[in-house]
Write a protein that binds this ligand. Structure first.
Ligand SMILES: *Cc1c(COP(=O)(O)O)cnc(C)c1O
Length: 217
């Protein structure tokens, strides 16, 4: 299991970047991982996890929550509006707010529930057609719209294009966050979380480097 190694590397990256120890949150991305690997990480004491599909999360996390205290679950994948209610029941934080229709639905449900979880706006920094997220040039207006809806925005999230240097995308995300007064930056995965930390990541989303290769079947 790679949890200890990743925790150590995060601590080192925080130090090298002159960041406070413990200022970066590690989200262990457990999607498509065998349950025994997830259990091993829970048994090692880790409590912050990420899943990218509502349905998949619904199949395993209620049971884990019943058995382990203090779990914090983050939705890091696209959210359909018809699954928003279920997502709010399952997840503590949502990283994929990416369009007005979803923002409005979340605002309505938050009103009903009398509470809104911390949210991240996903920005499509690489302007990739197949990827979710608002375009960089639309981000300021969309953030303002979310604030008008009283959503509790914590920060921004991005997934850089696989074939580009991620640092440029991390820097762009940090710039958009800064000019909008947002402190949270959800960026950095197994292959680039140290670079993300050096550019201000507050949340890194690490899957395969902790659990091993994902087993799709
Ligand atoms: C799967 C996934 C990750 C983790 O990817 P690894 O390369 O396994 O660390 C991070 N973020 C998102 C949005 C993902 O879907």
């Amino acid at each position: 299991m790679g949890l200890q190694e990743i925790t150590d590397r995060i601590a080192k990256a925080e130090k090298e970047a002159g960041r406070e120890a413990g200022s970066v949150k590690l989200i262990a991305v457990s999607k498509v991982q065998p349950l025994e690997r997830v259990e091993a990480v829970l048994d090692a004491g880790h409590r912050i996890f990420g899943e990218n599909r509502v349905q998949e999360a619904a199949g395993k996390w209620p049971d884990f929550r019943a058995r382990y205290d203090g779990i914090e679950l983050h939705l890091i994948g696209p959210l359909q509006t018809n699954k928003a209610r279920q997502a709010l029941e399952l997840f503590d934080v949502i990283h994929s707010v990416d369009r007005p229709k979803l923002a409005k639905t979340l605002a309505r449900l938050a009103q009903e529930e009398g509470k809104c979880p911390p949210l991240f706006v996903q920005v499509n920094t690489g302007e990739e057609a197949q990827k979710a997220g608002v375009l960089p040039k639309e981000a300021d207006a969309f953030i303002a719209e979310c604030r008008d809806l009283d959503l509790s925005l914590e920060g921004l999230m991005c997934i850089p294009p696989v074939d580009e240097e991620p640092s440029l995308h991390f820097a762009l995300l940090a710039k958009i966050a800064e000019r909008n007064g947002l402190s949270g930056l959800s960026m950095g995965m197994s292959s680039d979380f140290e670079r993300a930390i050096s550019l201000g990541a507050t949340h890194v989303r690490v899957g395969s480097a902790i659990f091993g290769e994902r087993q799709y079947d």
